[in-house]
Design a protein. Structure first.
Lengths: 604, 406
């Protein structure tokens, strides 16, 4: 047993040994951290304290051709939650009550925008000032909730110009996965529709980078002195071809109807002076996250407020495109300008079907220009039969139908211009008859066009056959100076020779000026107007009412195209509507009356 | 009682004073950018406490050691009473009933109990006639330790209760018990860990039996050791299965803090970053970003060594380690020199607290010890801790001064 007893000297030695070992272990630990791993740990220490924060640039302003604001920025409050500081069972229920949102929805938004538990995660943009006041007064009820100022887009719903502007929204995860999404982060704003989408890269500018010093709890101490911030580049300003006065006139003109669209273009350069779709939505709605119920309401609305009718609305163009068939027949030498065809008794038998003219009493004997003046269907049936499906389709194609106009707006629809290949595909080979060409010649049947395509075709008619590329942006002004004026570019030329053009122009004139013209009511003493009415049958209800007007006829400056859905005859509804818009334009041009319609000051 | 002051161990006192002053400097730096002036002024409070601690030290040096010898049972009883009372009257902080609050002053009875245990064990070992290895001697000293440990575990405070075991083991060792013997006493705990895998446990039990056959520490003791090992090894897996998930996690996190990167593991990672980023020369006084920006938790108390490592680098850390090493060696030398068995044990007991807390605290900041919440003696912020350290230095200096007395 005694061998387990240690002598004093032995105990002393062991004690010294233990102390020495402990000190050596610590020395080893210190050398490992402070010499061997020093470089790594020093970097980690720097990364700990510096947080890279994006500096969000001011998004570019959008103005009309006279520098009047169309899209502005305004300061707003954005509400965020710092998850690390949030009190379970207190913050979210109180917040849900305050914002009138579901706790689960708030939780999802926090998760969606989460960068770090110590960083604010955006819950709702553009909260009203009353909410900020409540947050400020009763901050104890909302632990972890913060808010900060942010610029949001300010649109002008009274202009009804949403088809052009579109709106911005938070970038979606799918959008982030797409190529070319560099520079976007979760929570970034990006254009979702319209020019906000088309010109997003220009409008958003370039984010800058600030380096700030933070504590472990994410509390911001201030700028990090040893690294200079990279300033943000403000977004580019855009000047549009839109004229706010005319735009307002278009929107107000449609106000009394259910649904419709108006496009106005300067045929001399392709500048879109006004473009509207009715009914539309308020783009300001999207600056904060819209509640699910509102979204449901908009998307299930049978008047389709989200549909961009001018570039995505597909309609049978009706009689407005009769110029194509008549022009084609003249060009192909199948008819001559003054020769008449078989008289119109109010319809025509073809095969076992009777094709009616819109005028049951008939038009009698007509020549080319007269057929356009009175919009005689029977004349066109005969022309169509002479041309055949494919030749007519080729002319439609060369007049711009069936393919995109390539206007500088996203998601344009190409429309539909059927030929025999398409019919073979659609109905089967030999399963269709040439009777279809009768419908195509009067702009019915499978032929579908957007209001923009139709406007463009009339621009060609008004401008001696030359069609300029339609565009919405007139001038690009960079933040640090430097301007880029968009120069007009010829898109295509109508396939008609000057003599043919002369006949078509005459038709255009007679519709308004002629004794039997379908739009005689547009006649006035101050300026000359030309145009063409259209009454498009559609299987879903009442006829669509079309009119495309050109003024002044001697030297056209404006082409206005209007469609009013399910409103009946073109001459009754669309024609006076276009007449009113043209009148607004001409009054302003000729200074006939002081223009007081918008009553706004231009921006300095 | 007059002393010949020239004969006091001024070198030891100087080293302890240097550590205390370095501590005040580091506390100042750790809270220099704190939000409240109250926190910013921690170092001034510590300076005040240092004054009190030095007064207590002076008092202890002037008192005859025999006084503590005689009053040992009384001191021990009082300490136990206080440990019971704190469970009822203490102020709860961070989920533990550890302190009595007297206005701004917090008094932890466990600090007093440490001193009381050293004194009572030193007295018991100094005068008992029982042989070193007798089961009764081990049993009585073990019981004296387990009573305060049980009360402290109730608070709960695992780290501090470990200090009591360290005192017991050190005094067992210093009164002559072989380390091999002590290894056998703690062997059931090894069995507990080894029991996580049946193969490891089987090998361990085989090694244990061979070990006992080789050294033959006595039949009764060997028998009890084997039975205890078997019992721990067999019961553990059953107990483990019956624990709730959070309890298991707590035990696992205690054994391996890396399992909980946002909790204890996070603190250790940040402490390592702080010390490592200091490099050889350090970032300079008041310039440690890790501590200044709250990445290191409790930089003025438990993690004060991280502040040192970050701001003063390797040379600063080495200086402190050397000061401690000097104190430790000095303590062993004094303990060896003392003719009084009681004084010698008292000195070693005091030294054991210093060594253990130094190892566990610095080891924690360097990342190879679990987070236990034990302060660094002399350096960490805390009034009672500082007074305790200086009381112990008082015992040591007094014992050294009277080394010839029996």
């Amino acid at each position: 047993m005694e061998r387990f007893k240690l002598s004093l000297a032995g105990r002393e030695k062991i004690s010294y040994m233990i102390i020495l070992i402990i000190c050596l272990v610590l020395l080893f630990g210190l050398i490992k951290l402070q010499i061997v791993e020093h470089r790594d740990l020093a970097i980690q220490s720097e990364n700990n304290r510096i947080r890279v924060v994006p500096i969000i640039p001011r998004r570019g302003l959008v103005t009309d051709r006279e520098d009047r604001i169309i899209i502005d920025n305004r300061p707003s409050y954005t509400l965020s939650v710092v998850p690390a500081e949030e009190a379970r069972g207190t913050t979210l229920p109180n917040l849900a009550e305050l914002l009138n949102l579901d706790t689960l929805e708030i939780r999802n938004r926090i998760k969606k925008n989460l960068v770090s538990r110590y960083q604010p995660s955006t819950v709702k943009r553009d909260i009203p000032f009353e909410v900020v006041a409540i947050l400020e007064e009763q901050s104890k009820r909302f632990p972890g909730v913060t808010y900060h100022m942010e610029q949001v887009r300010q649109y002008r719903p009274e202009l009804g110009v949403e088809v052009v502007t579109g709106y911005v929204g938070e970038v979606s995860e799918e959008e982030l996965k797409r190529p070319g999404s560099q520079g976007y982060r979760l929570g970034s704003l990006t254009g979702k529709k319209g020019l906000e989408k088309q010109y997003d890269k220009l409008l958003r500018g370039r984010e800058g980078t600030a380096y700030i010093e933070v504590t472990a709890s994410g509390q911001i101490l201030g700028e990090y002195q040893e690294r200079r911030p990279v300033p943000a580049t403000p977004g580019t300003n855009l000047t549009l071809t839109i004229d706010n006065d005319l735009q307002l006139a278009c929107t107000q003109a449609l106000d009394t109807f259910c649904c419709g669209a108006v496009v106005a273009i300067d045929p001399r350069n392709g500048e879109i002076l006004a473009m509207t779709s009715y009914p539309t939505y308020d783009a300001n709605m999207f600056s904060s996250v819209i509640p699910e119920s509102t979204w449901q309401e908009i998307s299930s609305d049978t008047t389709h407020p989200l549909l961009n009718r001018p570039i995505k609305g597909l309609y049978p163009p009706g009689s407005t495109v009769k110029f194509v068939a008549v022009g084609a027949a003249l060009e192909e030498g199948m008819i001559s300008p003054n020769a008449t065809l078989k008289p119109c008794p109010g319809g025509m038998q073809f095969g076992n079907r009777f094709f009616r003219c819109w005028q049951p009493s008939g038009h009698g004997t007509l020549a080319a220009a007269g057929s356009l003046e009175q919009s005689c269907d029977v004349f066109l049936y005969q022309v169509g039969l002479k041309l055949g499906v494919d030749l007519l389709s080729e002319y439609y194609d060369r007049c711009g139908f069936g393919h995109r106009t390539e206007v500088d707006l996203p998601n344009e629809d190409p429309g539909l211009n059927p030929n025999s290949g398409w019919y073979d595909n659609h109905y089967g080979v030999n399963k269709w008859t040439s009777a279809l060409v009768l419908n195509n010649a009067i702009g019915q049947g499978e032929l579908l066009a957007t209001p923009l395509q139709l406007t463009l075709f009339f621009c060609g008619l008004a401008n001696g056959g030359v069609v300029y590329q339609p565009h919405i942006v007139k001038k690009i002004t960079h933040a640090f100076g430097g301007e880029l004026e968009v120069t007009p570019r010829i898109a295509f030329t109508l396939p008609f020779s000057p003599p043919t053009m002369e006949v078509l122009r005459e038709g255009l004139r007679l519709v308004v000026e002629g004794e039997h013209g379908t739009a005689r009511r547009l006649r006035n003493d101050l300026y000359s107007v030309g145009g063409k009415t259209g009454t498009a049958q559609n299987p879903h209800g009442e006829d669509h009412s079309w009119f495309v007007g050109v003024a002044p006829l001697e030297d056209p400056e404006i082409v206005v195209c209007a469609i009013v859905e399910n409103a009946g005859h073109g001459s009754d509804v669309a024609a006076p509507l276009v007449g009113q818009i043209i009148r607004t334009y001409m009054e302003k041009k000729l200074h006939l009356e002081p223009i007081t319609m918008t009553g706004e000051a231009s921006r300095p | 009682m007059t002393l010949n002051y020239g004969l006091l161990d001024w070198k030891l006192v100087g080293a302890a004073l240097a550590l205390s002053l370095i501590g005040i400097l580091l506390i100042m730096s750790a809270q220099y950018y704190a939000d409240s002036t109250f926190q910013q002024n921690y170092y001034l409070r510590q300076l005040l406490w240092l004054g009190i601690a030095l007064a207590v030290f002076a008092l202890v040096v002037h008192l005859p050691l025999r006084l503590f010898d005689f009053t040992a049972p009384l001191l021990y009883s009082v300490s136990i009473l206080l440990l019971i009372l704190v469970l009822f009257l203490g102020t709860a902080r961070m989920g533990a009933l550890r302190w009595f609050s007297f206005g701004p002053v917090n008094f932890a009875p466990s600090d007093f109990a440490k001193v009381a245990l050293i004194i009572v064990l030193a007295r018991f070992f100094a005068y008992t006639k029982l042989s070193v290895m007798s089961t009764r001697r081990l049993g009585i000293s073990g019981l004296l330790t387990l009573i305060p440990v049980a009360l402290i575990l109730k608070q709960p405070d695992l780290g501090t209760s470990l200090v009591f075991f360290v005192i017991l083991f050190t005094l067992w060792f210093w009164s002559g018990l072989s380390p091999l013997y002590m290894l056998l006493i703690v062997s059931p705990l090894i069995s507990l860990v080894a029991a996580s895998h049946w193969l490891a446990w089987s090998i361990y039990i085989a090694v244990l039996i061979v070990f006992l056959l080789l050294f033959r520490p006595g039949f009764v003791f060997s028998f009890l050791t084997v039975v205890a090992n078997l019992a721990f090894g067999i019961i553990t897996p059953f107990m483990w299965g019956r624990l709730a998930d959070y309890q298991r996690l707590r035990i696992l996190t205690f054994l391996n803090p890396g399992l909980d990167p946002r909790g204890a593991g996070y603190q250790i990672i940040q402490s390592k970053i702080a010390i490592g980023s200091g490099g050889i020369l350090g970032k300079g006084f008041l310039s440690g970003s890790q501590t200044r920006l709250d990445f290191v938790p409790e930089p003025h108390t438990d993690f004060i060594f991280s502040v040192l490592g970050e701001e003063f680098g390797l040379w600063g850390s080495l200086l402190v380690v050397l000061l401690f090493a000097f104190i430790f060696f000095r303590i062993v030398r004094i303990a060896v020199r003392c003719r009084s068995k009681f004084a010698s044990l008292l000195v070693m007991g005091a030294g054991s607290i210093f060594v253990f807390q130094f190892l566990v605290n610095t080891g924690m900041t360097l990342g190879f010890m679990p987070v236990t919440g034990l302060p660094l003696p002399f350096v960490s912020y805390g009034g009672t801790s500082l007074v305790l350290s200086w009381t112990l230095i008082g015992f040591i200096v007094a014992a050294d001064y009277r080394w010839q007395e029996y």
